[in-house]
Design a protein around this ligand. Structure first.
Ligand code: ARG
Length: 313
């Protein structure tokens, strides 16, 4: 049976976009690798400094000019320090001139670990041209650190990394949003590849354009509890979420649009740009401590804390 993806081998091979066709699953990578805990707390995050951050092209309903660059730098530094104080090690990738959204490190690749092949990434196919240019820089960063590259043949479909693809905290499955950025066709191809590694993917149809990425309306809090804005989903998606979690905590639309569902769970903290009474009560039920960080400059681009990092282990 043909595999639904192929793995790029050479360290400098960045032409995955141009590669088409089907290769079979590569045996050397099936070698045993160190087993990581399947439910490890996030330990290391990758961030990209906002040196060239800007709002130029309107890609989502939040985007508005102008950016205060000094404040953006301060807010980014503060998020980095907040993560570090929460026990997260932060690594950085060099920003690239003219790639104004490269600071949103959640989007360029999907990061995973499989007992079969070890650490891997799935490069994104970004919807906007300018953002497609970010992907090879991230791919190179991961490739230099020994991650396998699972290159999907996306043929004009879009897949936007951890903007739309969220691990269940125990890494038993992947929640996958589509409708505004990632396409259903891409999610289906991603699902086929993940199935070969033993990870089920649950597609979730998004219907509110202010919740254009899944990370704006779904935040896993622990293996049993999730934070969602229910109005962001088509009915069958909402059913899948309610079937997949023991406790589903709901945000209002107003809270979701303030990026309250775009938080980061790190070692007992919930890092969030804002705190409401509703969020406070949800977090206390789940034994999480709210930690506030201001991300107002990045919200002018449609992103907050979750979007500004990707967990790499
Ligand atoms: N301006 C960026 C875009 O529209 C924001 C990306 C936010 N990232 C996220 N993971 N939600 O692509």
């Amino acid at each position: 049976m043909p595999a639904s993806f192929f793995i790029v081998h050479k360290p400098n091979e960045l032409s995955f976009r141009a590669q088409r066709g089907i290769c079979s699953f590569s045996a050397p990578f099936l070698a045993a690798v160190t087993l990581l805990s399947s439910c490890a707390m996030p330990k290391t995050a990758l961030m990209c400094p906002p040196t060239f951050f800007d709002v130029r092209e309107v890609k989502n309903p939040y985007m508005r000019m102008p950016i205060d660059r000094v404040r953006a730098e301060q807010q980014w530094d503060n998020l980095r320090q907040t993560l570090e104080r929460s026990g997260v090690n932060v690594e950085t990738i060099s920003p690239v001139r003219d790639l104004e959204d490269m600071v949103f490190a959640a989007n360029q690749v999907f990061v995973g670990y499989s007992d079969k092949i070890g650490k891997f990434i799935v490069p994104s196919e970004m919807r906007y041209l300018i953002r497609q240019r970010e992907v090879p820089f991230y791919v190179e960063w991961f490739q230099n650190r020994g991650y396998k590259i699972i290159a999907l043949d996306l043929k004009g479909e879009c897949l936007e990394g951890h903007g739309d693809l969220l691990w269940h905290p125990d890494h038993s499955k992947i929640w996958a949003g589509y409708g505004f950025r990632s396409t259903r066709g891409a999610i289906d191809k991603f699902s086929a590849a993940m199935k070969e590694l033993g990870f089920p993917v649950i597609p979730l149809h998004l219907v509110d354009d202010h919740c254009y990425h899944l990370d704006t309306c779904l935040c896993p809090l622990n293996n049993d509890a999730v934070l969602i804005y229910p109005g962001a989903y088509a009915p069958e998606a909402l059913t899948a979420i309610r079937d997949g979690w023991k406790r589903v905590h709901e945000l209002t639309r107003d809270e979701a649009l303030q990026f309250i569902g775009n938080g980061i769970v790190a070692n007992g903290n919930y890092i969030t740009p804002r705190l409401t009474d509703n969020l406070r009560s949800i977090l206390s039920k789940e034994n999480l401590t709210p930690v506030l960080v201001d991300t107002s400059e990045f919200e002018k681009s449609g992103g907050s804390v979750f979007c500004m990092k990707t967990f790499i282990e």
